[in-house]
Design a protein around this ligand. Sequence first.
Ligand code: ADP
Ligand code: MG
Length: 269
Amino acid sequence: MGETSPLLLSAQEEPFYLPSQDEVAIFEQCHARKLAVMLKGPTGCGKTRFLEHMAWRLRRPLVTITCHDDLTASDLIGRFLVRHDGTAWQDGPLTRAVREGAICYLDEVVEARQDTVVVLHPLTDHRRLLPLDKTGELLEADPSFLLVVSYNPGYQRMLKDLKPSTRQRFVALDFDFPPPARETAIVEREGGADHATAHGLVALAQRLRGLQDQGLAEVPSTRLLVAAARLIASGIGTRAACYAAVVSPLSDDAVVRGAMRDLVDATFA
Ligand SMILES: Nc1ncnc2c1ncn2[C@@H]1O[C@H](COP(=O)(O)OP(=O)(O)O)[C@@H](O)[C@H]1O
Ligand SMILES: [Mg+2]
């Protein structure tokens, strides 16, 4: 039972992903042609699930790094650890992925500081190198290595944005909330709700998303609809589930919440 990891990879159950266009084929070609990929789109619309699915399809491990503004280049690349018998180099997650030929996913890459992001640049050149300055090693990426970043264009646009010199290194795939029929199928399958419930939740989401121009800062994602469906499937009343899983996460403002609750009541009258 020792060396079964390829078998384990293929035996792992396929992560469910309902495609919207040709993103599966494009991603497969990016992997084959060694082109870095950027997933663009709002939160909760299926970017992470898509990658889990693609990693399964391509039989590659997936290394996910959530970016934030304290993330340093050393956090990605690695560092010397002081031990009782001296110091030892430890690869960071990016270095491990480069060596092992994993898919390395940097989630919310705009959150990372510029001096952290530039570490990625040589990996997106055709030579696909990762210089480990502290050890002097110049690491060439395994042929199966793929760099993927995600980026939410609407979010914090004024405060932070990706530099053109960074964004032009990626093939970009656009993600958005799926059209109603497809989103209903996702909510039904992922949330374990019946078709009528899933249909109602998607209708509610359509109405709430329409409020964005009237001051609703955050609109419900597919993820929130799946959460509501799970509550309903486990016996919570439909309206109570919608208040808890959809309305409340979206706003703290009493007036806005009141308007959203009215829409819930109207949808599930
Ligand atoms: N196309 C899709 N196929 C299957 N499930 C989806 C899809 N889009 C969204 N989902 C569901 O929505 C949830 C949130 O999606 P996720 O991939 O985590 O969003 P993101 O990474 O874009 O924030 C998933 O866990 C899954 O249940
Ligand atoms: Mg995600």
